[in-house]
Design a protein around this ligand. Structure first.
Ligand code: NAD
Length: 349
């Protein structure tokens, strides 16, 4: 807040916006912001966590920027409405994965928190301990945790499960992650007989795998998963439904009392039977997943998200014009709508 004001902006905050992150309206006022019921009134830039409903933007200035996690593929109708109303919608999740944009990347900052929280929730639902304990009454063996998808969330899930004392293994389609898994003290479990994704692929993201790969992966998972107590799945493919990694038949081979956390549940789920914000019990195995996992760590999620927004806008702030001016590389990547039209090639292609 103070930083935006130091840039020369005036800032309005929707009344009650900070409640879940433990920030009161008075604290925003003390930092120099105006607190209002209709904070978008007269705004040139509207900042949000998720995309606001278009009708809530009625008081914003013509051509205003809408900057948030806009879920461009999932909320296409909303993007069209932003275009029709003449707004310039900027999707923070389309930030390119280049070094200078790392501090602006909401997917990284939020996935990191999500990976941590997933392990804590799974540990809480698990009726046993994570670390090995040798006690006078006997030995408690260490929990076995398996992380599927080793991007930002998966790496943090491995580190968190290790810190809690679990024996951790992990898998990914990108072979570059093998070394990362080992460096965190976990065991890599990889499909060896069919080629995965060498190097980092486009922008570091995964693509949909061949049928042959999927079959080999399913066989590998089947033999491994029956021995696991905790499974954390994080696999995503941009613009596509999440890949299905665990079937009901595979869940049936797991020990009763095991816990699966499906971090991809909001994108369709990696796990058959998972449902957003529910604990589903199948074959004695608890399957859990939140529609918005970072929101379960609201204070840190909010602090990191707002820093991402500030890092983005301040990097492009033009003092003379008193507003940000984007360069071509980042502008073209994140701009969804301009001049009444949808302009982003990922939505047009
Ligand atoms: P993501 O959230 O898109 O996907 C999660 C993980 O699931 C990925 O590792 C992906 O390879 C994996 N996955 C997809 N399909 C799978 C399948 N069928 N089976 C198993 N695993 C599957 O990924 P992410 O967390 O956004 O990170 C992707 C990469 O981008 C990482 O290497 C990360 O370090 C890199 N990254 C770079 C920057 C930057 O340079 N600015 C920022 C963030 C992330």
């Amino acid at each position: 807040m103070k930083k935006f004001i130091a840039l020369g902006a005036t800032v309005s905050v929707e009344s009650g916006a900070g409640i879940t992150a433990s920030i009161s309206d008075d604290e925003y006022r003390a930092a120099g912001a105006e607190v209002a019921d209709n904070a978008v009134q007269g705004a040139d830039i509207v900042l949000g966590v998720q995309g606001p409903e278009p009708e809530l933007l009625a008081g914003a200035n013509p051509g205003a920027w809408i900057v948030a996690g806009l879920d461009p593929f999932g909320q296409r109708a909303r993007v069209d409405a932003y275009a029709a109303a003449g707004y310039e919608a900027l999707a923070m999740e389309f930030m390119p994965r280049i070094t200078r944009a790392q501090s602006m990347d909401i997917l990284s900052s939020q996935s990191n928190l999500a990976g941590y929280k997933a392990v804590l929730v799974a540990a809480n639902l698990y009726g046993r301990a994570f670390p090995m304990m040798m006690t006078a009454a006997g030995t408690v063996s260490a929990a076995k945790a398996f992380v599927m998808g080793v991007g930002v969330a998966g790496l943090q899930a491995i580190a968190t499960a290790r810190r809690l004392g679990a024996q951790v293994s992990a898998t990914d389609v990108r072979s570059a992650t093998k070394e990362q898994i080992q460096s965190l003290g976990a065991k890599p479990i990889f499909v060896e007989n069919v080629a995965g994704i060498e190097g980092e692929g486009a922008g570091g993201y995964a693509t949909e795998m061949s049928e042959e790969y999927q079959k080999a992966q399913a066989e590998l998972v089947s033999s491994h998963i029956a021995k696991q107590d905790i499974v954390i799945t994080t696999a995503l493919i941009p613009g596509r439904p999440a890949p299905r990694l665990i079937s009901d038949a595979q869940i049936a081979t797991m020990k009763p009392g095991s816990v699966i956390f499906d971090l991809a549940v909001a994108q369709g789920g990696n796990v058959e039977g998972s449902a957003p914000d529910q604990v589903v019990e199948k074959h004695g195995v608890k399957i859990v997943g939140y529609s918005n996992t970072p929101a379960h760590l609201p204070a840190d999620a909010s602090a990191l998200f707002s820093r991402n927004l500030y890092n983005f806008l301040s990097a492009f702030w033009d003092k003379e014009q008193g507003k940000p001016v984007l360069d071509e590389e980042i502008g073209n990547a994140i701009r969804l709508t301009q001049g009444g039209k949808v302009v982003n090639e990922r939505l047009l292609g």
